[in-house]
Design a protein around this ligand. Structure first.
Ligand SMILES: [Zn+2]
Length: 123
């Protein structure tokens, strides 16, 4: 999964910094190569609003699902960028989302710490 640092990482679609963990769409590294317009969004997080308005969204989703399926993976991306695993129970979904949030929060803390360190160095 991409290292997403809230307050540091930028949305590849609009170039703005990601400011929260809700309403983002994220993928792991699934595209080793490909057209830049799609590749920049592999192993990245983007605003959900940007993702939904993205003209290449359908192509990106189709490619994601095709690649994952060719790897024997079960997870699929839905129309709105959510990753679903067929047959996953409610509890498993919750657990997966909790883990994901946990890793974002961890990165957020690290980014804040890094910012403080840079500030301290310059003062
Ligand atoms: Zn954006």
């Amino acid at each position: 999964m991409a290292v997403i640092e809230i307050g540091v990482s930028r949305c590849p679609l609009c170039g703005q910094v990601l400011t929260g963990i809700s309403n983002i769409v994220a993928t792991g590294h699934f595209l080793p190569f490909g057209p830049d317009r799609l590749w920049r969004c592999s192993d990245a997080a983007m605003h959900k609003s940007c993702f939904l308005a993205w003209e290449d969204r359908e192509e990106f989703i189709a490619l994601y699902n095709q690649v994952r399926s060719s790897q024997g993976r079960l997870d699929r991306m839905t129309e709105d960028g959510e990753i679903v695993v067929p047959g996953e129970t409610e509890a498993e979904i919750k657990d997966r989302l909790r883990k994901r949030q946990h890793s974002y929060k961890w990165n957020e803390r690290r980014a804040r710490k890094e910012k403080r360190r840079i500030k301290d160095d310059t003062e």
